[in-house]
Design a protein around this ligand. Sequence first.
Ligand SMILES: C[S@@+](CC[C@H](N)C(=O)[O-])C[C@H]1O[C@@H](n2cnc3c(N)ncnc32)[C@H](O)[C@@H]1O
Length: 258
Amino acid sequence: MKESLDYYNAEVEKMTLDYLNGNSRIESAIREFGSFIKPSSTSILDIGCGIGWSSHEFAKTFPSTKIYGIDLSPRLIEKAKTLFWRNNLEYHCVDITEDFSFDSKFDAVSLIDVYEHIPFHSREEFHARIKLFLNDGSRVLLACPSKFHQNWLRKHKTEGLQPVDEDVDFKTIQKLSSDINCEVIFFSYKKIWRAYDYFYAVLERRPQYGSEPEITLQSPIVLESQAERYKRLGIPYSKKNREFKGYYMLKRLKTIFR
Ligand SMILES: C[S@@+](CC[C@H](N)C(=O)[O-])C[C@H]1O[C@@H](n2cnc3c(N)ncnc32)[C@H](O)[C@@H]1O
């Protein structure tokens, strides 16, 4: 896990740059998850929250819901605490491959690009823990790269792979669902950059026959605008700064965060 810890600790500027410039992978997942989070939810666990962007968008959209953002990396959690602060939001540094627990149960558990980073041999233990966090009606929301995308990365862009990057497919999701006593209520491939590169899955503990589905066609999540993102980071929203993308902005963020 040391390799993963070092890797993700070093990702803080890159994740902040994704937030600043926008990243269709994350934005699409946050919006899509918004369609599946029940408005009646009292608590959401956002696993692998990184710098806290998704946790913050959930907290902003559902102000009466308590959001818990957790991540392996202390550096990312520290950044989340300073960047995205709200009354209904708290962050914790947690390694999900180790023993961890919460006093409360959750109406929704979100994993945006995280499940593939759980080593194959740790999956069963992880399932056993997640199982304890769910009530009847709780949902587990997953966004993952498809095995097609992982294979493409292995062949053409190995630098796009992270220290632990396993294949996840429908069978994996079915196994998770059965282990945590849920039903797969939604599974769909999604095109982010290439056809079939990502998929979204939603699992629900004891879906109630005949109940209102609480799946909205239009997500209630309206992401922060780019001007708001610049403001949050204390960077002037000037034309020059907006043109200052990629490598140069990354260098700039490294200076700001030093
Ligand atoms: C690909 S990033 C995704 C971050 C964010 N959800 C997003 O979509 O941008 C994977 C995240 O999972 C976290 N992570 C990886 N392994 C973990 C573990 N064992 N326990 C907790 N978090 C972990 C990383 O620190 C990182 O923030």
